[in-house]
Design a binder for this molecule. Structure first.
Ligand code: MSP
Length: 650
C-alpha cells in the first residue's frame, strides 16, 4: 500500500484578500506536498476559505452586501490566486458549502451524543478580530486590548452551548508526549503544553446574537462558534466522495503561530470527543512564524500587504513565481518570523538563482550538443558526486523535518560543489587540448548533477525545474505514486541524447528595473516611528526599547568558524565559512580583517546573526549573516563553554 500524505493550510478569512502573508502558508504546504509526491506518496492537499462568524457578518454589513455575496466574491479570489503562485491544491473547501454544513452538524451530534456538549450561560471577553475568547489576564491592560489586534475585547453575555474541554486535559497531555511530537517546532510545543498544564476550562461553542453561521442541530436559535465550524473543515472535506476518507488523518497541518491553540488544543479535543482513537488524530501540526514587512506582521489591519501575484509578475513573467517561492522558503528560517525585503529577493535572484544555478547550465551546455560518453572518473568527480549524495540526503532529511529552508541550503551546497568542480576540472582546457574523453567525463558528470538538482528544486521551483530539464534534454518531471524520484544517488545519463541549450533562465535584471522594483516594493513608511525632537538624542545613539518579541525575531546562533580567507583587493574583509548547525556552513563576509588574521579565527566559537538580509559586497561576495563584534576594534563575541554550533542565543 502506498504511503499517504494529507497536508492542510488554515482556511482563510474572507474579510481580507490573499496577500503575501497568506501565500506564505499555502506555498509552504504546496512545497511539502510536491516533495512527498516526488517521493512516491499518494498525497492530498487541502485549502479553502473560512466564511462564517461575526467578523465576516460585520465586514459584509460595512460593505453593504450580504455575507454570502461577500463570501462568493472573496472566496473566488482565493481559489484563483493559488494556481497563479504555482500551488496545486487537490481540493478547496468553503465553509458555506452544503457538504461542510452536513458533516459539521454530524460531528456536533456525535460529540453531543457522547455527553461532551451542554447548555449553559457565557459571560466573558471576546475579540471579534481573532474570533476568540480571552481572560482579562490575557489581554493588555488598561482597556482589555487584544494583544494581536490592539482593539478592545467585547463583553459577551448570553446563553451558550459549552464543550467539555476540561475533560480532555490528561488525554491531550498524553498526546503531546508522543514521539515524534505532534506539535512542532519544539518551542510551540512548549507553549501549548504550558497552556494545557495551567488548566483547561470548558469552551463556549455557540452564539445567539448573530445569524451568520451553521445552526446548532436541534436548536436553531444558536449558531456554532466559528472555530468549531472552521476547524472541522479538515474532516468535512474528506467526507465526500467516500473514498477520500482514506487520507485521514492529516500528516501535516501547517498553521501560523497565531492559531496554534485552536489547532493543537481545541481541534484535537473535538476529535477525541467525537470518538477518534489516538492513532487517528492529526500526526503533526507545524506552526510557522510571521512574515513581516518593514518589521510588522504583514496584514490587512496594518495596511502593509503585498500582492504576491503582482510582485512575482514584476520580478519576471517567466520565473517570478518560482523566484518568490524560493526566496520565501530560503530567506525565512521556516518556523521563525522573518522580514520580507525586495532587496533580498533581488540579491538572491542574481546570486543564488542567476549565478549559482542558471549560470551553471551555461557553463556546461556550450561544450556539447548531445550527452557525451563518460570516460574514467577521478577524485574531482568523486568529490562532486559525494557532495551530491550528501546534499540530497540532507535535503531529504530537512524536507522530512518540515524545514524547506535547510533543504534549500543543502541543495545549494551541491550547486556550490558543482561550480567549484567546473573551476577545477576546467572543461575549456580539455576542449583546447582536444581531449574529448576528458571533456565528455566533465560534461556528463555535470549533466548528471544538474539533473539531480532539477529534481531536488522541483518542490520549490516546479517551473524552473522543468525549464532546466528541457535544456538538459529531459522530459518534465511527473511524479508517480509508489515511485521515489529523489536522487539520493546521482542519476546516470545515456550518451547520445540531444541537449537543448536555451536562453538564460534567470536573465540579468537591468539596474533601472532593480531600482524600480525597490521603489515599488519598499515597505510602507512606519507611521509610529517618530523622528527625534530637537534636543533629543538621535536613534542611533539611544535606540528605542524593543519588546521581547522584537528580540526573538533575531536568529542568533552559536557558530564555529570552519574556514577563513582574505578577500583580494578588499583589505578589511574576510571570507568565512561558519558552521551554524545547518547542513552546510554559512558564508559570511566580515569586516574584521584588520582585527584578526584568518588563522586566528578558524575554530573560534562565535555568535552569528543568521537571519540578516544577505548583503552583497559585489563580485559575487554575498554575506549570509553577520558575526557580532564589539567596538571599533571589532573584537568578535565568543561563547563561554562548548555549546554546539547552531545553539540558539537568547
Ligand atoms: N480563518 C482562520 C483560520 C481557520 S483554520 C481552521 C484564520 N484566518 S486568517 O486568514 O486570518 O489567517 C490564516 C493564516 O494565514 C494564518 O494562520 C497564517 O498561516 C497565514 N498568515 C496570514 N498572515 C500572515 C503573515 N503575515 N505571515 C505568515 N502567515 C500569515 O486565522
Amino acid at each position: 500500500m502506498p504511503s499517504r500524505f494529507y497536508v492542510t493550510t488554515p482556511i482563510y478569512y474572507i474579510n481580507d484578500l490573499p496577500h503575501l502573508g497568506s501565500a506564505y502558508t499555502t506555498i509552504a504546504a504546496d512545497v511539502m506536498c510536491r516533495y512527498k509526491r516526488l517521493r512516491g506518496f499518494e498525497s492530498w492537499f487541502l485549502t479553502g476559505t473560512d466564511e462564517h462568524g461575526l467578523k465576516i457578518q460585520r465586514e459584509a454589513e460595512a460593505r453593504g452586501i450580504s455575507p454570502s455575496a461577500l463570501a462568493d466574491e472573496v472566496s473566488a479570489k482565493f481559489r484563483e490566486v493559488w494556481p497563479k503562485l504555482g500551488c496545486a491544491p487537490d481540493d478547496f473547501i468553503r465553509t458555506s458549502e452544503p457538504r461542510h454544513h452536513r458533516a459539521v452538524q454530524e460531528l456536533w451530534e456525535k460529540i453531543a451524543k457522547n455527553g461532551d456538549i451542554y447548555l449553559g450561560h457565557y459571560e466573558g471577553l471576546y475579540c471579534v478580530g481573532c474570533e476568540a475568547y480571552y481572560t482579562e489576564k490575557e489581554l493588555t491592560q488598561p482597556g482589555n486590548l487584544c494583544p494581536l489586534h490592539k482593539t478592545p475585547a467585547e463583553l459577551v453575555k448570553e446563553e451558550s452551548y459549552f464543550f467539555r474541554l476540561s475533560k480532555y486535559e490528561k488525554r491531550l497531555l498524553d498526546y503531546y508526549a508522543r514521539q515524534p511530537s505532534p506539535v512542532q517546532p519544539a518551542s510551540r510545543r512548549a507553549e501549548v503544553l504550558s497552556f494545557v498544564q495551567s488548566g483547561l476550562t470548558d469552551l463556549s461553542v455557540s452564539r445567539t446574537t448573530f445569524k451568520w453561521g451553521i445552526p446548532v442541530p436541534g436548536d436553531p436559535r444558536h449558531v456554532m462558534y466559528v472555530w468549531f465550524d472552521a476547524l472541522s473543515n479538515y474532516y468535512t472535506a474528506l467526507t465526500a466522495p467516500e473514498d477520500r476518507r482514506r487520507f485521514w488523518p492529516p500528516q501535516l497541518q501547517l498553521v501560523g503561530k497565531d492559531i496554534l491553540r485552536f489547532h493543537c488544543v481545541y481541534w484535537q479535543a473535538f476529535l477525541m470527543a467525537a470518538g477518534y482513537p489516538d492513532n487517528e488524530l492529526p500526526e503533526q501540526v507545524f506552526a510557522h512564524g510571521f512574515l513581516t514587512y518593514g518589521g510588522h506582521k504583514m496584514s490587512k489591519s496594518l495596511r502593509n500587504t503585498v500582492s504576491p501575484v503582482a510582485l512575482a509578475e514584476a520580478i519576471s513573467p517567466t520565473v517570478g513565481v518560482d523566484t518568490l517561492r524560493y526566496c520565501l522558503m530560503r530567506s525565512i528560517s521556516f518556523g521563525q518570523d522573518g522580514d520580507f525585503s525586495i532587496e533580498d529577493v533581488l540579491s538572491r535572484y542574481s546570486s543564488d538563482l542567476g549565478n549559482a544555478l542558471g549560470n551553471l547550465l551555461n557553463r556546461v551546455l556550450p561544450f556539447a550538443e548531445t550527452v557525451p560518453p563518460k570516460g574514467e572518473t577521478g577524485p574531482l568527480e568523486q568529490s562532486l558526486l559525494e557532495a551530491h549524495r550528501a546534499g540530497a540526503a540532507a535535503g531529504a532529511d530537512a524536507f522530512d523535518a518540515v524545514s524547506p529552508t535547510r533543504a534549500l541550503e543543502a541543495i545549494w551546497s551541491v550547486l556550490a560543489a558543482a561550480n567549484l568542480y567546473v573551476d577545477k576540472a576546467a572543461p575549456w582546457a580539455a576542449k583546447k587540448s582536444n581531449d574529448s574523453v576528458r571533456l565528455g567525463t566533465i560534461v556528463t558528470t555535470l549533466l548528471e548533477v544538474l539533473e539531480g538538482v532539477s529534481v531536488m528544486i522541483a518542490p520549490v521551483m516546479p517551473t524552473v525545474a522543468d525549464a532546466i530539464r528541457a535544456q538538459l534534454g529531459l522530459a518534465p518531471l511527473t511524479a508517480e505514486v509508489g515511485h521515489d524520484l529523489w536522487p539520493l544517488t546521482p542519476p546516470a545519463r545515456k550518451p547520445g541524447a540531444a541537449l537543448r541549450r536555451g536562453d538564460p533562465i534567470f536573465p540579468r535584471l537591468e539596474k533601472e528595473t532593480e531600482k524600480e522594483l525597490i521603489a515599488r516594493f519598499a515597505p510602507p513608511a512606519d507611521d509610529d516611528a517618530e523622528a527625534p525632537k530637537p534636543g533629543e538624542a538621535p536613534a542611533a545613539e539611544a535606540p528605542s526599547p524593543v519588546t521581547h518579541g522584537d528580540f526573538t525575531r533575531l536568529d542568533l546562533r552559536v557558530g564555529v568558524v570552519v574556514s577563513a580567507e582574505r578577500v583580494k583587493k578588499k583589505d578589511k574583509l574576510l571570507d568565512l565559512r561558519v558552521d551554524i548547525g545547518d547542513a552546510a556552513p554559512r558564508r559570511i563576509i566580515a569586516g574584521i580583517a584588520t582585527a584578526y588574521t584568518p588563522e586566528q579565527l578558524v575554530g573560534k566559537r562565535v555568535v552569528v546573526l543568521c537571519n540578516l538580509v544577505p548583503r552583497d559586497f559585489g563580485k559575487g561576495l554575498v554575506s549570509e549573516g553577520m558575526l557580532l563584534a564589539a567596538g571599533d576594534r571589532m573584537r568578535v563575541l565568543t561563547v563561554d563553554g562548548d555549546e554546539a554550533a547552531g545553539t540558539r542565543v537568547r
